[in-house]
Design a protein around this ligand. Structure first.
Ligand SMILES: NC(=O)c1ccc[n+]([C@@H]2O[C@H](COP(=O)([O-])OP(=O)(O)OC[C@H]3O[C@@H](n4cnc5c(N)ncnc54)[C@H](O)[C@@H]3O)[C@@H](O)[C@H]2O)c1
Ligand SMILES: [Zn+2]
Ligand SMILES: [Zn+2]
Length: 330
């Protein structure tokens, strides 16, 4: 089969490789679409010490070809970012982020992928496979961060950073669907229209006066919740300053791979909660797919054939790039 193989950091090319074979609890899926995530970009840049060569890609949707006890050949399925054992206490109580056997998915940048059934959900007929591919990670990460971790209430103000990216643009839609008033922070003025269409009441452009712009847009109160998809110091400094008293600051991103710093006095004087949210529970994934099926979240995906995988990493698109291994349009 054909796969986009990362042989060295920033060296990605299509090659013929052996088609993987499913083991117990796994299925072989013909990949229809695979999202190119910020996590893949960190691997692409060599920031996460992934052993190479490797086939990246965990935002996978496609059609089951073989194997499996829960899914049959021909089923349309989408995956969340990791498989689990299904037998431990956390798995049994729907808190499978704590499963000790949790294993992150790879292999989506290929014509076929072996996927654990524990990571899969059936795709509703009204959802296309490229949309389903991004439901768990690009949509679900924001849903889980805002609903489970930040516990956003209708009417609260949510500031989304990295708002034009794959996580950000979908988090803007999710926050709006949860009834929040959404402020979107982006470095690119060209993304303003799409962010407004996604539900942002106010688009704030990156710069020195960001915190003041946010205070101005919130009658001086600041944002009740910041969803920081960048985890990048200059963004953090501005967005944290614009956090409301006793606000919740949720970190989901790490675009530069560098630590962030904060003066403790700023945290305690503000009574701020700084927290994080990683990955997606199956229950969140199901709700994210339902939001897409109901048209309350509309995935913004740009298709690339497998041959153009490297370009999907370097183009600065709004929303999510998805690789289409068959080369066709979704
Ligand atoms: N918490 C999780 O479960 C989870 C899930 C997926 C991705 N991530 C992480 O979240 C981050 C964003 O992922 P994504 O898929 O949205 O990536 P993306 O590339 O689609 O979007 C990143 C956004 O951040 C902006 N950005 C990049 N570098 C920046 C910088 N130095 N300063 C300000 N803005 C910058 C980009 O312009 C873009 O809008 C990545 O670090 C990724 O590893 C976390
Ligand atoms: Zn992802
Ligand atoms: Zn488990």
């Amino acid at each position: 089969m054909r796969a986009a193989v990362l042989s060295r950091p920033e060296e990605l090319a299509v090659a013929e490789v052996d088609c993987p074979r499913p083991g117990a609890g796994e299925v072989l899926v013909e990949v229809a679409a695979c999202g190119v995530c910020g996590h893949d970009q960190a691997d692409y840049a060599g920031l996460l010490s992934l052993p190479l060569p490797a086939v990246l890609g965990h935002e996978i949707a496609g059609t089951v070809v073989a194997g499996g006890s829960r899914f049959a050949a021909g089923d349309r399925v989408a995956a969340k970012q990791f498989g689990t054992c299904g037998r431990c206490e956390p798995c049994g109580t729907g808190d499978e982020l704590r499963c000790p056997h949790r294993a992150f998915l790879y292999g989506g940048f290929a014509e076929y992928a072996v996927l654990p059934e524990s990571a899969l959900l059936p795709v509703p007929p009204e959802v296309s496979l490229p949309e389903a591919a991004v439901a768990a990670c690009a949509v679900g990460t924001g849903l889980q961060a805002l609903r489970r971790v930040a516990r956003v209430k209708p009417g609260e103000t949510v500031l989304v950073t990295g708002a034009g990216g794959g996580l950000g643009l979908h988090a803007v839609q999710v926050a709006a669907a949860l009834g929040a008033r959404v402020l979107a922070l982006t470095g690119d003025p060209a993304k303003t229209e799409q962010l407004t269409k996604a539900g942002a009441a106010h688009v704030v452009l990156t710069g020195d006066g960001v915190w003041q712009d946010i205070l101005d847009a919130t009658d001086g109160r600041g944002a009740d919740v910041v969803l920081d998809n960048t985890g990048h110091q200059p963004v953090f400094r501005q967005a944290f300053r614009a956090l409301a008293h006793a606000g919740r600051y949720v970190l989901t991103g790490q675009v530069s791979g560098e630590p962030i710093r904060v003066h403790p006095a700023f945290v305690f004087e503000k009574e701020a909660v700084i927290t994080g949210s990683g990955s997606t529970l199956m229950t969140t994934f199901a709700d994210a797919l339902a939001l897409v099926a109901e048209g309350r979240v509309r995935p913004v995906v740009t298709p690339y054939p497998l041959e153009d995988a490297a370009r999907a990493f370097t183009d600065r698109i709004t929303g999510r790039a998805v690789l289409i291994p068959s080369g066709g349009q979704p």
